[in-house]
Design a binder for this molecule. Structure first.
Ligand code: TXA
Ligand code: MG
Length: 365
C-alpha cells in the first residue's frame, strides 16, 4: 500500500475540501456526534472499496450510509416498517442507525450483499456541512483500523490511519463518544443490532408515546428478550491492544492484589473507573470517568486509548452500574451473570467493554 501524507483540515475550508475530495471518489475522515467516520461516496463502488482497504475491514461487514434527511433516506430505501418512521422522526438527526430495505441505488459493497442498508442522519454541523456541499450519500464506518477502539478526536484517527488516508477534517471531540444505536426490524418489531446512547428504554418510550407496545429484541438473541447475548457469542471489537479485564465495585478488595500481580518488567497496569474509587493504588495509572454515564460514554474511548501504551501491562476497566445491583460481586467469574441484569446505559457500556476484553486470538498477539 502506498504511504500517503495524512493532513488535518478544519473550519469552512475543511468542509469545502472534504466535499471536493469525496466528489472525486477519495476518502476523508469526518467528525460526527458519535465517533469519527471514514467517509466515501456511497454510490461510487471504487471509492467504497478504498474504505475496506484503508481500515482492513472484512468485506462481509456492511457500512452505514449518512444522509441529510429522512426524505433523502427514503430515496435510497424501499418500504419502511411503520415503526421505523416513528423512530426516525423522534431521533434524527442523531445517533440512531436504521436498517431498512435497500432500493439498490448504492454501491453493492455498502450493504455487503445484504438486501438492507444501514442509514443514519447525523447531527454534527461539520458532517452536515460536508453532506450538503458534496450532495452525495456518504458511507462511513468508524475511522479506526478494523477491530480497534473507535476514534473520538482527529488525533485518534491519525493514530490509526496515518499514511492510509490523505485528509482528516477536525470537528473537535465527539460529544456522544460511542457509536450509534443500530436498529433493524423483524416485521414491525424493533431489533437492536448494536446498543448505543439511544437505549432500548428510550426506543420503548417513543413507541409507547405513539400508542405502540412491542418488546424490543436484541439481534443475537432473536425470539427472546435476553438483554445481552452470552459473551462467548460476541466478537472482539472496540478493543485496546493491551490485555483488557473488567472488574466490579464489589471486587475492590481483590483489585489491589490483581494490580500488584500486573506490575512487571513489561509495564504497569492502568485502571478506568466510573466515578472515583475509594482508594489509590501504587504504581498504577488511574482514570476516574464521570459518574454520570452519559458524560462517561463521551470520555471512555479517550481513556482507553490513553492507557493503551507500550508501558502498560494491562488495562482494568470497571463494569458500570454494578453497585446498584443487589448481590453483585464476589468472584470475577460472576461478571457475565451480572451483565444481563444491568439496564439503560450501563448495559450499553457493558456491551462495548465485554467486546473490548475478549482475548486476542493467539496468532494476533
Ligand atoms: O456512530 C456510528 O454509527 C459511526 C459514525 C461514523 O456514524 N459509524 C459506525 O460504523 O460505527 P461501523 O461501520 O463502525 O459500524 C456499523 C455497524 C456494524 O456493526 C455493521 O455490521 C452494522 O452497523 N450495519 C451496517 N449496515 C448493516 C445492515 N445492512 N445490516 C446489519 N447491520 C448493519
Ligand atoms: Mg466500527
Amino acid at each position: 500500500m502506498v504511504t500517503l501524507d495524512t493532513q488535518i483540515a478544519c473550519g469552512p475550508g475543511g468542509i469545502e475540501l472534504a466535499a471536493n475530495c469525496l466528489r472525486r471518489g477519495e476518502l476523508v475522515a469526518v467528525p460526527t456526534e458519535t465517533v469519527y467516520g471514514l467517509a466515501a461516496d456511497a454510490e461510487n463502488q471504487d471509492a467504497v472499496a478504498k474504505i475496506f482497504k484503508a481500515k482492513n475491514r472484512p468485506a462481509k461487514n456492511p457500512l452505514i450510509t449518512h444522509v441529510l434527511s429522512s426524505a433523502q433516506a427514503a430515496g435510497l430505501t424501499g418500504n419502511w416498517p411503520k415503526h421505523a418512521g416513528i423512530l426516525a422522526a423522534a431521533f434524527w438527526p442523531g445517533p440512531l442507525t436504521l436498517i431498512l430495505p435497500s432500493a439498490g441505488k448504492l454501491a453493492p459493497t455498502v450493504s455487503a450483499g445484504l438486501p438492507t442498508v444501514g442509514i443514519r442522519v447525523p447531527a454534527h454541523p461539520v458532517m452536515r456541512g460536508i453532506l450538503e456541499k458534496c450532495g452525495r450519500p456518504l458511507a462511513a464506518p468508524s475511522a479506526n483500523k478494523s477491530g480497534h477502539i473507535s476514534p473520538t478526536t482527529a488525533g485518534h484517527v491519525l493514530e490509526d490511519l496515518r499514511g492510509r488516508i490523505e485528509w482528516i477534517v477536525d470537528g473537535g471531540p465527539c460529544a456522544v463518544g460511542i457509536e450509534s444505536t443500530v436498529v433493524g426490524f423483524n416485521g414491525e418489531q424493533p431489533v437492536i443490532y448494536r446498543p448505543g446512547i439511544i437505549t432500548a428504554e428510550d426506543i420503548d418510550a417513543v413507541l409507547r408515546r405513539a400508542g405502540i407496545s412491542v418488546p424490543i429484541l436484541h439481534h443475537s438473541a432473536p425470539g427472546d428478550d435476553q438483554p445481552l447475548p452470552s459473551p462467548g457469542l460476541l466478537s472482539r471489537h472496540y478493543a485496546p491492544h493491551r490485555p483488557t479485564h473488567l472488574f466490579m465495585r464489589a471486587e475492590l478488595t481483590h483489585l489491589q492484589t490483581v494490580l500488584e500481580s500486573l506490575v512487571s518488567g513489561a509495564g504497569r497496569p492502568g485502571v478506568i473507573s466510573f466515578g472515583p474509587l475509594p482508594m489509590t493504588f501504587k504504581h498504577v495509572t488511574s482514570i476516574a470517568l464521570p459518574e454520570n454515564l452519559y458524560h462517561a460514554a463521551g470520555e471512555l474511548y479517550t481513556a482507553m486509548r490513553s492507557l493503551d501504551r507500550d508501558d502498560m501491562s494491562a488495562i482494568l476497566i470497571e463494569l458500570p452500574g454494578t453497585d446498584q445491583l443487589a448481590g453483585a460481586g464476589g468472584d470475577a467469574s460472576d461478571i457475565h451473570d451480572v451483565i444481563p441484569r444491568l439496564s439503560g446505559l450501563a448495559r450499553v457500556l457493558a456491551d462495548r467493554l465485554v467486546r473490548a476484553s475478549i482475548p486476542r486470538p493467539e496468532a494476533h498477539r
